[in-house]
Design a protein. Structure first.
Length: 389
């Protein structure tokens, strides 16, 4: 895909304009406001500790380091140990990024991949994996089955995303280990997008989805539970060779507007990526670096936000089940992966729009039989959903 072709390619969410208009017209007649559950954009306020850290660094002059300051990288090392059970990572294994999306889009280019190379990505996936690979001139293979590419020397990078967006699926350590081993057999880089890692809902209490049970489940959950990290010793065999993990604080701590993220892994690849980022001027601003340090150390805010999302998820799940929708996977992340009643997700999108609610069609991710519902909804939105659904 050339830049010209990309300029001619519709941004997927622009296709929702028609349905947002339908939802707006409905709400104008029925009263209330549109409940937009199509995008996972945080709505809760950034913790005061993080805001203060941002403000305190606002007066610093000069250019920040592309690699990030030592305080930031040290804080991320500690964060990986505390929250992700990762040992052995040093400051040379880390570089901050301007949110995780720019890293997803640019990594194939920065890793010097190109025509003839194959980039594997999940069967149902965030569109930017395709965009980044095609901009580099690579071929894309969409699959979750390792046997589809194992032993193929043309495979140069393997994208994995757990908890998955849009399905919310969470991989086991055994499955991740198999991917790492298969990639190393052919000399491919494993690129693990783990931005929803601390939003893992596995182990929640089972039941019929009543509001009472949802409340009990929320009260029982005192802290977030991380999904497996690709950099854990038993997954990567205690070495980070040919592995890059991506994480973003946008979801867990409402820092979407801060563009606060990082990559961690193979020190040689981090050095290579850093060198090219210097040429491109891809530098995380000093105030954002300071805010990220605060975010990495803010245990109470992390736990609080987890509980907020868990409560909203349980309520939304309950509403959908009462409306006779089936929910698949959805063990992690900020979304519910809902089966279409019609077999065509766009018809469900229209059904919801005619009730004043906007959801995302699965076609954006390569699936026509499901649609995605964001659990990021205010209390007012949830109350309105009770009436609508």
């Amino acid at each position: 895909m050339s830049v010209k072709q990309l300029l001619e390619t519709e941004f997927p969410w622009d296709a929702l304009s028609k349905y947002k208009k339908i939802a707006t017209e409905f709400c104008a007649q029925a009263g209330g406001k549109v409940v937009d559950l199509s995008v996972g954009s945080p709505i809760d306020q950034v913790d005061q500790t993080i805001q203060q850290a941002l403000s305190s660094a606002a007066g610093k002059p000069g250019y920040p380091l592309t690699i990030g300051n030592i305080e930031l990288r040290s804080a991320i090392v500690e964060w990986l140990e505390k929250w992700r059970s990762v040992e052995g990572v040093g400051v040379d294994n880390i570089i901050p990024t301007l949110g995780s999306k720019e890293a997803v889009g640019l990594l194939p280019l920065l890793l010097n991949l190109g025509p003839g190379d194959v980039v594997v990505r999940p069967k149902f996936a965030y569109p930017t994996y395709d965009i980044g690979a095609k901009l580099a001139g690579c071929e894309v293979l969409a699959t979750d089955d390792v046997s589809d590419w194992r032993g193929n020397p043309r495979v140069k990078a393997v994208w994995i995303n757990y908890p998955n967006n849009p399905t919310g699926a969470v991989a086991s350590k055994e499955e991740l280990k198999e991917i790492v081993e298969a990639a190393r057999e052919v000399g491919a880089v494993v690129l693990s997008d783990e931005c929803y890692a601390l939003l893992n809902w596995e182990g929640e209490s089972a039941g019929d989805g009543t509001i009472q049970e949802a409340t009990q489940a929320t009260q029982a959950s005192k802290s977030s539970k991380s999904s497996p990290c690709i950099l854990e010793d038993e997954i990567c065999s205690s070495r980070f060779d040919d592995i890059i993990m991506l994480y973003s604080f946008s979801k867990q701590l409402n820092l979407a507007g801060y563009r606060s993220a990082f990559i961690a892994g193979d020190a040689k690849l981090v050095e290579k990526v850093t060198h090219l980022r210097k040429h491109l001027g891809l530098i995380v601003p000093e105030p954002v670096q300071a805010a990220t340090v605060a975010a990495a150390k803010d245990v109470s805010a992390t736990k609080k936000q987890y509980q907020i999302y868990r409560s909203r998820r349980e309520r939304l799940k309950h509403f959908l089940l009462r409306a006779d929708y089936e929910i698949d996977a959805s063990q992690g992340g900020l979304y519910l992966w809902v089966k279409s009643k019609h077999g065509d997700c766009w018809r469900d999108v229209e059904d919801f729009a005619r009730c004043g609610v906007v959801v995302t069609p699965g076609t954006f991710y390569g699936c026509t039989e499901h649609f995605r519902v964001s659990i990021i909804a205010s209390e007012d939105d949830l109350e309105q959903l009770v009436e609508l659904l």
